[in-house]
Every structure is written in structure tokens, then in C-alpha cells.
Design a protein around this ligand. Structure first.
Ligand SMILES: CC(C)(COP(=O)(O)OP(=O)(O)OC[C@H]1O[C@@H](n2cnc3c(N)ncnc32)[C@H](O)[C@@H]1OP(=O)(O)O)[C@@H](O)C(=O)NCCC(=O)NCCS
Length: 333
């Protein structure tokens, strides 16, 4: 007799219930960084929009930041932490390859024995993780998912590197997702282009460092290459995401792009033809670029400053090292 497997049954839809946020303790002004890179406060403000970036003290880890952000999201969602059965942490800055940040965070937030894994998609990591959590909830593989972007980038910054050092900050942002009667996460437009792997990423491997062939690996980028790619290719991806979600720019309450550079954010807003009614996240000014953490941090802040956006639609797009990208429209909690 053939035995038929019982079908997994998921929720009809998923949505974000709440956000959480934790930033590095110190607000580091441009003045503190310009010496080793022969730069100026004015240059950094004009070219990036960054005035200060948040950086963590040496004792604080990405796990600590992720735990704080994750706990806040769970509490605000009003869910028992024990009900969280999936934890995904998007990160590129865990100095320990294994165990994962997510397994430790799952335990610390009270979600042990939730399924837990880390995801490496750089600055697109949070949007990749949202796509996965939504799909897994609908597939019946999870009911409540905690998605976190967590980075301590200051550990992998060379203060003398002019291409990226002044951009980066430390922080973690979290979103708690669960079942929903109506769609709260649209189809994602996501992808990669590994032919441009050299445009941004680590400059050395850990084995080169071990063998004395290279210094401690740090982040580098070909700034103008990434800038052009972001402005031209990512604006197209953002438009595709709107189309996939079946919404127009004027239907949005908010636009929450990866906080890479204020000029990229402004260019996006222009190319998408966003009306003034759409609030644009500009957390980069005081947080800097926190890679996987930047979109949930910016989302959390936008809702704190504009609670009236609650229930509205937000277009979010992440892009970065790989190269990789992901975009989708979400209903704001
Ligand atoms: C990094 C970035 C801010 C540089 O700005 P830019 O306008 O492209 O600057 P360029 O590299 O073209 O350099 C312009 C000038 O500034 C100078 N410059 C470069 N870096 C500098 C720095 N840190 N401080 C001061 N001057 C600098 C250059 O020497 C050049 O001088 P010149 O005109 O006399 O030749 C910008 O390219 C960027 O944000 N790129 C994308 C970042 C991103 O999205 N990353 C995603 C992964 S997270």
C-alpha cells in the first residue's frame, strides 16, 4: 500500500507585526574619521548625506544588537517568544563562522528551539530574509518568524580606506512576521550578478591573514561602479517590485531603500516619480550604512516618527556585495 505524505499547510498570507531596533552606542561624527582618509566633514556630507554614524563599543557584538532588536520586535508584536519557530539573521560581519548568530539569538530571545540560520546577502540580506520568512509561513514551515539584520561593521573597517570606511555603522533591526488574512508581503524581485563580485566586498581571505600574506580582512568597494549600478539597475528593480505587487508609486505610504548613500536615495525617489505624500526613509544621516540592518532600522524609525504610516504600504529595496539585490512591498505594522 502506498502511503501518501501529509501535506504541509501554511497560512494564507503573512505580514509584519512589529519592528525592533538597536544601534551602536556611539554617534561618531565625520570629524573623527577624516584624518586617516584625507577627507573633510563637508565632502562626506555632500557625497553621502552622512553626518554621524552609530558604532558599537568593543564589548558589544552583533549578537547583542540582534538580541535587543529581536526582543523588542517580539514584545511589540505581543507574541509569546516561545511561539517564534523561525529565526533568520542576515549578517556579513559575524567574526565567528560558526555557530550562527541566529541560533544564539533564538535562545536569548526565548525562542529556543526555533529553526535558526544566518543569511549572507550583504545589504540585500534583510529583503532576502523577508522573502524567505513570508514563503516559509505560507508553506507551513513556520508560523511566527523573527527576521533580523545585524551588523558590527566597525570590526571589518580599515580606518585608512577612503572607499568605504566613512560610510559604515553598527546596528540591528528586526521584524516579527506571522500569519495574516490579507497579503502583507508582496512577491519579491530578487537576484544576483556574481560577474561583479569584485565591486564590493572583503579585500582578503581569513587564510591569507592566517598565513601572514595579508592584513586583517576589511570591506572595500569601487564606489563609482556600485553607485552607477545602484542608480540605474536598482531603480528598474524597484519599479518591477511595484508592478509585481500591483501597486503604483502614488499608492505607497513610504519608500525604504537600503541606506547606502543619500544621493542614491534621492535619485531613486526621482526615478520612481514618488509624490510628496510618500515618506522616504533617510536614516543614513545619523546611522550610516549598516548593511543588512539598514532597512529594518530605517523602517522602525520611520514608524516612530510617523505613526500615521501604520497600515500603509512601503516599498523596500536592498542591494550590495555579490552583487545581490531584493525588493518587495510590505504592509507597515
Ligand atoms: C563611495 C562614494 C561616496 C564616493 O563618492 P563619488 O562621488 O563616487 O566619489 P569618486 O570616487 O568618484 O571620487 C570623487 C573625488 O573625491 C575624491 N575622494 C574619493 N574618496 C574620498 C574620500 N573618502 N574623502 C575625500 N575625497 C575623496 C576622489 O579622489 C575624487 O577626487 P578628484 O575629483 O579630485 O579626482 C560613492 O561612490 C558611493 O556612495 N558609492 C556607492 C556606495 C554603495 O552604495 N555601496 C553599496 C554597498 S553597501
Amino acid at each position: 500500500m502506498t502511503v501518501t505524505l501529509k501535506e504541509a499547510v501554511g497560512a494564507a498570507h503573512s505580514r509584519i507585526y512589529a519592528y525592533g531596533a538597536a544601534r551602536g552606542e556611539n554617534a561618531v561624527p565625520n570629524e573623527d574619521l577624516i584624518g586617516p582618509i584625507d577627507s573633510s566633514d563637508e565632502w562626506i556630507r555632500q557625497r553621502t548625506g552622512i553626518v554621524t554614524r552609530t558604532r558599537a563599543v568593543p564589548e558589544t557584538t552583533a549578537v547583542d544588537l540582534a538580541t535587543l532588536a529581536g526582543s523588542e520586535a517580539i514584545e511589540r508584536a505581543g507574541i509569546d517568544p516561545a511561539e517564534v519557530d523561525l529565526v533568520i539573521v542576515a549578517t556579513i560581519s559575524n567574526p565567528k563562522q560558526t555557530p550562527s548568530v541566529s541560533a544564539i539569538v533564538a535562545d536569548r530571545v526565548g525562542a529556543n528551539p526555533a529553526a535558526a540560520y544566518d543569511l549572507n546577502a550583504a545589504c540585500a540580506g534583510y529583503c532576502y530574509a523577508i522573502a524567505q520568512a513570508d514563503a516559509l509561513i505560507r508553506a507551513g514551515a513556520a508560523r511566527y518568524a523573527l527576521v533580523i539584520g545585524a551588523e558590527k561593521l566597525s570590526d571589518i573597517v580599515d580606518p585608512a580606506d577612503r572607499s568605504i570606511s566613512f560610510l559604515l555603522g553598527d546596528g540591528a533591526g528586526a521584524a516579527l512576521l506571522g500569519p495574516s488574512d490579507t497579503p502583507g508581503v508582496s512577491a519579491s524581485i530578487w537576484g544576483s550578478d556574481g560577474s561583479k563580485a569584485d565591486a564590493v566586498g572583503m579585500n582578503h581571505t581569513l587564510t591569507e591573514f592566517r598565513d601572514g600574506a595579508a592584513p586583517w580582512p576589511t570591506l572595500r568597494q569601487e564606489g563609482p561602479t556600485v553607485f552607477r549600478w545602484a542608480v540605474w539597475e536598482m531603480a528598474k528593480v524597484a519599479k518591477q517590485a511595484l508592478e509585481a505587487a500591483g501597486v503604483r508609486a502614488e499608492d505607497l505610504a513610504a519608500f525604504i531603500p537600503h541606506q547606502a548613500n543619500m544621493r542614491i536615495i534621492d535619485e531613486f525617489a526621482k526615478q520612481l516619480g514618488l509624490p510628496d505624500t510618500v515618506k522616504v526613509a533617510r536614516d543614513i544621516e545619523t546611522t550610516g550604512n549598516t548593511s543588512a540592518a539598514s532597512i529594518p532600522l530605517a523602517s522602525h524609525r520611520l514608524l516612530e516618527e510617523h505613526p500615521e504610516l501604520s497600515g500603509g504600504l512601503a516599498l523596500q529595496i536592498g542591494f550590495g556585495a555579490g552583487l545581490v539585490f531584493a525588493a518587495q512591498v510590505v504592509a507597515l505594522p
